[in-house]
Design a protein around this ligand. Structure first.
Ligand SMILES: [Zn+2]
Ligand SMILES: [Zn+2]
Length: 269
């Protein structure tokens, strides 16, 4: 048996600071612990090189997405080497192997009936002339009245749809976004409701999860697991591998997480 450890993917949009290292260090300690015990360990991670903040930075610096990602990826690798991190593989999410593997996963999910198409309304900024990722819509939480981002409220932990926010603003330019229709693929989480419920009950019985992990997961399941979009209108990321969907990318929550599998496959190759 191999002990698999997936370290968090630092975002290639700025330098690392002590807080990042503190969050990444436990994975390295764990990897060393298991290796010393004589276990086989596979410890992987990489730089997250996709997403909107990198493309915004490239625009601001009149540079390219690739140049920004290269700069920080190389800086991260040098830092990890100096600090003696012991990754078995440290890759990046703009690598060709990652894009190909993520696209294969997407097509497999589609083939197995877990994805479906739906037209929905999404926030669009006329000033920046782009659809806004959830986190780039800010406003007031309809649940508690606190300041919230489009995907989630940090005050009351409610999972939000950016369109539910009151007094919506574009995070890039501060203007009020308009609403436009766009077609996307959705992951049918509802098909997994029963499976997830029994999994959490099992985890609870075995006493293997932290209390807050159990209570938050139970709460989400009680509210009913909503289907979530797996594609987005983004400038930078893994292309949706289907004709007619040019310019659409696979959403980060499925793409970056799949990186643990794609990095392992690359390491095995
Ligand atoms: Zn709230
Ligand atoms: Zn804007």
């Amino acid at each position: 048996m191999t002990v698999f450890i997936g370290g968090a993917w630092p975002y290639a949009n700025g330098s690392l600071h002590l807080g990042h290292i503190a969050a990444l260090l436990p994975g390295d300690i764990l990897a060393r612990f298991y290796r010393q015990k004589g276990e086989k360990v596979l410890y992987v991670s990489g730089s997250d090189c996709n997403g909107t903040p990198i493309s915004i930075r490239a625009n601001q610096e009149k540079s390219t997405i690739e140049a920004i990602a290269n700069r920080y990826h190389e800086e991260f690798v040098a830092c990890f080497e100096k600090l003696g991190f012991s990754y078995d593989s440290y890759t990046r999410t703009d690598a060709e192997h990652h894009h190909k593997s993520v696209q294969a996963i997407f097509l497999k999910l589609l083939e197995n009936g877990y994805l479906y198409k739906k037209t929905s309304e999404q926030a669009f900024c006329e000033t920046d002339y782009q659809f806004l990722p959830d986190r780039f819509v800010e406003g007031t939480c309809p649940n508690c009245g606190g300041k919230a981002r489009g995907d989630q409220c940090d005050h009351c932990s409610a999972i939000l749809d950016p369109l539910d926010l009151i007094d919506k603003r574009c995070k890039i330019c501060g203007n009020k976004p308009t609403i436009k229709e766009t077609e996307h693929f959705y992951f049918s989480f509802s098909q997994f409701q029963v499976k997830l419920e029994s999994w959490v009950i099992k985890a609870q019985k075995e006493n293997r999860w932290r209390k807050n992990a159990i209570s938050l997961t139970t709460r989400y399941l009680k509210e009913g697991v909503p289907d979530r979009a797996v594609t987005r209108d983004l400038p930078n990321g893994v292309d949706v591998p289907l004709a007619g969907y040019e310019g659409k990318k696979i959403y980060v929550w499925i793409e970056a997480v799949a990186g643990y599998l794609t990095a392992s496959k690359e390491w095995a190759n």
